[in-house]
Design a protein around this ligand. Structure first.
Ligand SMILES: NC(=O)c1ccc[n+]([C@@H]2O[C@H](COP(=O)([O-])OP(=O)(O)OC[C@H]3O[C@@H](n4cnc5c(N)ncnc54)[C@H](OP(=O)(O)O)[C@@H]3O)[C@@H](O)[C@H]2O)c1
Length: 267
C-alpha cells in the first residue's frame, strides 16, 4: 500500500475520535491536537468532551467539534454524519476507539449488557467505518480501529469482549489490504492492559494485579507507527504485549486456553 501514500501530515487532518471523553480517546485527542490536527470528539459524557475541547483549543489553537452521542444506538453513525454535514465539518481520519468489556463466566453475564458490548465494539465500529470509508479513501489520512491483545486468542472470563476484539482486528487487517493503492493508512491497534477507566467499567477486580502501560505511551507509539512509510496492518504497543501475542500463535490451543483460564480464575 505505497503507490499513492504521501508522508502523513497530522496538521492537515480533521480526526474523528470516538470514546474521547476518557482514557485512550482523550489521549489521542491531546497528542493529535499538539501536532496540529483539528478534531471531532464523540462520546456520551458531554461535559467531559466540552472541557477537553476548551483545553485543546486554548493550548493548541486547533478546531475542536464535540458531539454527545450513544454510539451503541442503531443509526448513530448516520446521525453523526448528518450532524457533521450540518456543521460543515469534513472528516479526513477516523479513530474507532469507543468500547468496553464485560467480564465473568458467560453463563452468568447480563444479556442486555453483552448485547450493548457487541453493538458498540463491533456494530458501531463497522457502521462508522462504512459511513466514512469513501471520504477516507479519497484523502491522505488514517483509520485506526482499537482492538486489544485480548483479540489474539480466546479469553475465558472475558469471552465476548475478546471475541469482539478478534473481530475488530480481522476486519481492520482486511481493510488494510483493501486500501492498498489509496492514500489511506489503516491500522488495528491492540493495546495490552492500560491505565484508563476501562477496568472500572469492566467491573470486578479484573485489572487489579496487572501491570499497565500509560495511555500516553500507547498513543505515542501508535502515532509513531502511523508516521512510518507503510504502517500496519497491526500494532501491539510494548514488548511484553508483543511477546504475548507472538506466544499465542505458537502455543498449542488447548494449552493456551488452560493457561488463560487459570489466569482468569486467579484474578
Ligand atoms: N484500557 C485497557 O486496558 C485496554 C486494553 C485494550 C484495548 N482497550 C480498548 O481501548 C478502547 C478505549 O478504552 P479505554 O481503555 O480508554 O477505556 P475508557 O477510559 O473506559 O474509555 C472508553 C471510552 O468509550 C466511550 N464510550 C463507552 N460507551 C460508549 C457509547 N455507548 N457511545 C459512545 N461512547 C462510548 C466512553 O465515553 P462515555 O462514557 O462518555 O460515553 C469513553 O470515552 C476500548 O475500545 C477498549 O476496549 C483498552
Amino acid at each position: 500500500m505505497t503507490s499513492r501514500m504521501l508522508p502523513l501530515r497530522f496538521g492537515s487532518q480533521t480526526v474523528l475520535i470516538t470514546g474521547a471523553s476518557s482514557g485512550l480517546g482523550a489521549e489521542f485527542a491531546r497528542q493529535l491536537a499538539s501536532r496540529g490536527s483539528d478534531l471531532v470528539l464523540v462520546a456520551r459524557r458531554e461535559s467531559k468532551l466540552e472541557s477537553l475541547a476548551v483545553e485543546l483549543r486554548d493550548r493548541f489553537g486547533v478546531t475542536v467539534t464535540t458531539i454527545a452521542a450513544d454510539l451503541g444506538d442503531p443509526g448513530a453513525a448516520a446521525a453523526l454524519r448528518t450532524e457533521l454535514e450540518g456543521r460543515g465539518v469534513s472528516v479526513t481520519s477516523l479513530i474507532n476507539n469507543a468500547g468496553f468489556g464485560t467480564s465473568g463466566g458467560f453463563h452468568e453475564e447480563d444479556a442486555e449488557r453483552v448485547r450493548a458490548e457487541i453493538a458498540l465494539n463491533v456494530a458501531a465500529l463497522v457502521d462508522l467505518t462504512h459511513t466514512f470509508i469513501a471520504q477516507l479513501r479519497a484523502g491522505d489520512g488514517f483509520l485506526v480501529n482499537v482492538a486489544s491483545v485480548a483479540g489474539y486468542q480466546p479469553t475465558p472470563g472475558f469471552a465476548v469482549y475478546g471475541a469482539t476484539k478478534a473481530f475488530v482486528r480481522s476486519f481492520t487487517e482486511a481493510l488494510w489490504a483493501e486500501s492498498a493503492g489509496t492514500g489511506l493508512r489503516v491500522l488495528a491497534l491492540s493495546p495490552g492492559p492500560t491505565a484508563t477507566e476501562f477496568f472500572e467499567v469492566a467491573g470486578e477486580d479484573i485489572g487489579s494485579g496487572l501491570p499497565k502501560m500509560t495511555a500516553r505511551k500507547v498513543v505515542g507509539l501508535t502515532l509513531r507507527e502511523l508516521k512510518k512509510p507503510n504502517p500496519g496492518p497491526s500494532v501491539v504497543p510494548g514488548p511484553i504485549n508483543t511477546s504475548l501475542t507472538i506466544a499465542s500463535k505458537l502455543v498449542p490451543r488447548k494449552l493456551l486456553l488452560r493457561a488463560m483460564s487459570r489466569a482468569s480464575r486467579s484474578r
